[in-house]
Design a protein. Structure first.
Length: 449
């Protein structure tokens, strides 16, 4: 039976996402009521600029006093889409204290203070849902914490930032440089005027922290995530990648250690084989692989940002929270029982693609191979200027020949076997100290094999 008293919703923020949430609530009010079992009513909208005309929103609902709105006591659900740490954090905890559950799209806040927010929600018997915080419209949070609740997730690997994927895709398909591709992304509205959060990996790192925490039942904070941006990726890197049958993506990778005793979370550019499904993710789309023991490999794909896609995820959470409210229950809260330690990047096992400028004289290859051997890193192949010199490990390198260039310099591209990242980093630092190494032109990890 339909309950006649509406569930009241307070909306914090009315920008691109918030205005779309309000529009869908209005235009699909009848359908939402049928799905929930009660009408939902927009009871107030907190904004910073009240004079701005907001089509479809009753001006009488608009307020600049967000605190008073969440303290009203008759609000059933607060939808927070203002972003940032404060005042969002205080408003959410105040909402819990005054009887409201919360739907949020705030990845930065959840990555930094998710544990405290979950604790506050649990203390007051409220829901905290945040599907929209990661990968826009793609259903990912709920499958991880509900559909796969009986499985053991070992790895989450994906593209979780549409802006960086658009830029790297343009560099790959057109041969454009980084700045040229960024300018196009900005002109099309994919990149912000200040793109730092995207291109330096902060946005993806926040999402990785959230995903790792849910996947591994362990508290993972933003500070636990190793982060590298993609501003140093060049057209030459893409040429090298193509010679290997790869492309380059900015990846968020969350892994359980082989012995199950720890986890890692990282964000960085990486070469992936063209045969990998993530290699074909184009434009501003997102895609995430989840690898679990029983279900195997699952892929989630779709638009990862934008007003309508993100609003879709927010409304999905709103329906779930309203249903819980009617039934007098709450959904799943934080699951951090495993409490696994988060290991540093040096403990990750990965591969490196290293481009070196070296002196073209006898014995250089032997010196390079010795450095790798001293650090316990096995070499897979060595290539020169787009063609294989040799392959099959260190012995082949010592027999191979460098590529001669004008001025007595050669270029070597070394691809390693899998090794500890700390050993690979140490190898690169030792190579820089060789007199015969003129420069380390590029370093990139190889993933997805």
């Amino acid at each position: 039976m339909m309950r006649t008293r509406p569930l009241k919703v307070a909306l914090l923020g009315c920008g691109v996402v918030g205005s779309e949430v309000a529009r869908i609530m209005t235009t699909h009010a009848d359908d939402l009521a049928q799905r929930i079992g009660a009408p939902v009513e927009l009871a107030g909208v907190a904004v910073r600029r009240p004079a701005k005309v907001r089509e479809g929103i009753d001006p009488a609902l608009v307020t600049t006093d967000a605190t008073a709105l969440v303290k009203r006591g008759d609000i059933d659900v607060v939808v927070e889409v203002i972003g940032g740490i404060e005042p969002a954090r205080s408003l959410i905890t105040t909402a819990f204290e005054h009887g409201a559950s919360v739907v949020s799209a705030n990845k930065a806040l959840l990555a930094q203070d998710g544990a405290a927010l979950h604790a506050a929600a649990g203390e007051h018997g409220r829901d905290l849902y945040y599907e929209a915080a990661v990968a826009g419209a793609i259903p990912l949070i709920r499958p991880l914490r509900e559909s796969l609740a009986g499985d053991k997730v070992n790895r989450v690997l994906g593209i979780v930032n549409g802006t960086t994927n658009f830029i790297l895709d343009k560099m790959d398909t057109t041969g454009a440089g980084y700045q040229e591709a960024l300018d196009e992304a900005t002109a099309l509205g994919y990149a912000e005027a200040d793109p730092t959060a995207d291109v330096e990996g902060f946005d993806a790192a926040a999402k990785a922290a959230i995903l790792a925490g849910i996947a591994f039942h362990t508290r993972v904070r933003l500070d636990d995530v190793h982060r590298e941006g993609m501003t140093e990726v060049t057209a030459a890197d893409f040429r090298s990648a193509k010679e290997m049958g790869c492309t380059i993506k900015l990846l968020a990778i969350c892994e359980r250690a082989a012995d199950g005793a720890s986890v890692t979370a990282r964000v960085h550019p990486a070469m992936i084989p063209l045969s990998h499904p993530l290699a074909s993710v184009r434009g501003a789309y997102n895609a995430v692989f989840v690898e679990s023991e029983a279900a195997g490999r699952l892929m989630f794909y779709g638009p990862g940002a934008g007003g309508s896609p993100t609003a879709s995820a927010v409304l999905g959470d709103l329906v779930a929270v309203c249903r819980n409210k009617l039934n007098g229950t709450t959904g799943p809260g934080e699951s951090a029982y495993a409490a696994l330690p988060v290991s540093p990047m040096g403990d990750v096992v990965t591969r490196y693609h290293i481009s070196l400028d070296v002196a073209d004289k006898p014995g250089v290859l032997a010196q390079v191979a010795t450095v790798f051997a001293e650090h316990g890193v096995s070499i897979d192949t060595v290539r020169q200027s787009g063609r294989n010199v040799s392959s099959g490990g260190e012995a082949a390198i010592e027999q191979g020949g460098g590529g001669r260039r004008e001025g007595g310099e050669a270029s070597l591209v070394v691809v390693t076997h899998r090794a500890l990242d700390a050993a690979l980093t140490g190898t690169v630092e030792a190579l820089r100290k060789l007199d015969t190494v003129r420069g380390v032109a590029s370093i990139m990890r190889v993933e997805g094999e």
